[in-house]
Write a new protein. Structure first.
Length: 399
C-alpha cells in the first residue's frame, strides 16, 4: 500500500496534449514519490476481497491505497471506457455529432454478450449508442460506434492501443472494443485508473451519462449495473465489468466537494462483493483522509509585477481548484510553494503560463500546477521598454 503522499504512476501523462486531443490544463506531476512515502505513516486500508484494487484522489492523483495494481487482468467491459473515450474525442473533433443518425452494421447486431438490442435497417443516433454503451454496457453499441469512428473494428482497436500508449497505459493491450475475453486482451488497475481520470478530465461534458440509472431503447428498459448509483447520491459513475475470466469489476467515482475520489476494484468474487468492497474503500478514504481546497480555480493568487508592459502588474492564478488530502487531523502537513521566475517581461496574454505552484506534503512534492496570467499585459512602447531595460540592468548590478 502506498502512503497518501504518493502519486499515481504515469500521472504526468494523463492529460498530455496531442494533435488529436483537446487542450487541457497542466497535469499533476509525478515528483518525489518515494520521499513522500517515506515522510508519512501509511494508514492501513481495510481488507478487500478482490484480485486488485486502487483508491485515488482524482483531483491530485494521490494514491491512498492499492493492491496488485500492475497485475495484468481481463478488463471485461471496463474496456468500454476506452471505446467511449475515442467516441468522445470524435465528437470533440466534429467527426461525429450526438444527434447524427448512424447505420447499424450486421456485425454489431450479431454481437455476443450484453446488448442494447439495436436492429439492422433502423438508424440510431450517436447519443443513443453512447447511452447503450455506457448504461446498458451493450456490445452491439460498442461495435457500431467503433465502426462509425474508424470504419472498421480493426482500425478502431489500433487507435485504442495508440491512445493507451499515449496516456501511459504501459500494461494494457486491447484486442476488441467490447471487452469480450480474448487471449492477449488485458489491462491493470493502475492503467484503468489512468484512463478513467483522463476521460473525466478531458471530456467532463459527457460524464453525465455514467450517472444515469437506467436507459430504455427499443422498448427495453435496462438498469445501470453500477448499483452504487442507487444507494449513494454522491456516486456519479463510472463503469462495471464482468466475465468469467475477469470476475466482478467496478470503477466508481465519488463527488463529495471539495474532494473527488476514484476507486478501482478488479476480480471480486461476486456482484454483491464488488459493490460492498467498493463501498468499503470509499467510506474508508473519506474517514481516514481529509481534503482541503488550497486555491480556487480562476481566482487570483497574487499580483505579478510585469516589466516592459503598459501595465505594472497583473493577477495570476490556477485554472482549476488546487486540492490535497492528508491524514485526518494532520492538515498542517500540506503546504504550497509558488515558483515564478522574475523578472517577467511583457507582452503576456491571459492564459500564458508564468510559473508553477507546487503542493507539498511533509515537505515532499505531491504534484504541480501551472500558474497562469489571468489578464493580458500588452507590450510597452519602445521608450518605456528602453527605460525598463536600464532599470533592470541597474538592479542586476546590485544583486
Amino acid at each position: 500500500m502506498l502512503a497518501a503522499g504518493a502519486t499515481l504512476a504515469a500521472a504526468s501523462l494523463l492529460f498530455a496534449q496531442s494533435a488529436v486531443m483537446p487542450a487541457t490544463p497542466a497535469p499533476p506531476t509525478v515528483a518525489a514519490v518515494a520521499a513522500a512515502a517515506a515522510t508519512s505513516v501509511p494508514i492501513a486500508a481495510p481488507a478487500i476481497n478482490a484480485a486488485a484494487y486502487l483508491v485515488v484522489e482524482a483531483t491530485s492523483g494521490q494514491v491512498l491505497a492499492e493492491s496488485n495494481t500492475k497485475l495484468r487482468r481481463d478488463p471485461a467491459s471496463l474496456t468500454k471506457l476506452m471505446t467511449a473515450y475515442l467516441v468522445f474525442d470524435a465528437l470533440h473533433q466534429k467527426q461525429l455529432s450526438l444527434g447524427q443518425r448512424l447505420p447499424v452494421p450486421e456485425r454489431a447486431w450479431k454481437a455476443e454478450g450484453s446488448r442494447m438490442f439495436i436492429e439492422p435497417g433502423v438508424p440510431i443516433t450517436t447519443e443513443d449508442l453512447l447511452r447503450g454503451l455506457i448504461i446498458q454496457s451493450g456490445n452491439d453499441a460498442a461495435i457500431a460506434l467503433a465502426i462509425a469512428v474508424a470504419g472498421n473494428e480493426s482500425e478502431f482497436v489500433v487507435r485504442m492501443n495508440r491512445e493507451a500508449k499515449r496516456l501511459g497505459m504501459a500494461d494494457t493491450q486491447f484486442l476488441n472494443p467490447t471487452g469480450l475475453t480474448q487471449q492477449g486482451h488485458y489491462s491493470t488497475a493502475h492503467d484503468l485508473a489512468i484512463l478513467a481520470l483522463a476521460l473525466m478530465r478531458n471530456f467532463p461534458q459527457y460524464t453525465k451519462f455514467y450517472a444515469e440509472k437506467s436507459y430504455t431503447y427499443n422498448r427495453i428498459v435496462q438498469e445501470n449495473r453500477n448499483r452504487l448509483l442507487f444507494s449513494d447520491p454522491t456516486v456519479d459513475g463510472l463503469k462495471t465489468g464482468h466475465t468469467e475470466a475477469a470476475g466482478w469489476c467496478l470503477i466508481a467515482t465519488v463527488n463529495r466537494p471539495p474532494r473527488r475520489l476514484l476507486t478501482v476494484v478488479l476480480g471480486a468474487p461476486s456482484e454483491a462483493l464488488r459493490i460492498a468492497e467498493s463501498r468499503k474503500l470509499i467510506e474508508w478514504a473519506f474517514t481516514a483522509y481529509e481534503g482541503r481546497k488550497l486555491f480556487e480555480g480562476g481566482k487570483a493568487i497574487q499580483q505579478l509585477a510585469v516589466w516592459k508592459s503598459t501595465v505594472d502588474a497583473i493577477p495570476v492564478g490556477v485554472r482549476e481548484d488546487v486540492i490535497a488530502v492528508s491524514d485526518t487531523g494532520k492538515g498542517s502537513s500540506i503546504s504550497t510553494e509558488l515558483i515564478i521566475p522574475e523578472p517577467r517581461l511583457g507582452p503576456l496574454v491571459a492564459g500564458d503560463t508564468v510559473g508553477k505552484l507546487r503542493v507539498l506534503r511533509a515537505g515532499s512534492v505531491i504534484y504541480e500546477r501551472d500558474v497562469i496570467a489571468m489578464e493580458s499585459a500588452p507590450g510597452a512602447p519602445l521608450w518605456k521598454r528602453a527605460v525598463h531595460s536600464v532599470v533592470l540592468w541597474w538592479k542586476g548590478m546590485f544583486k
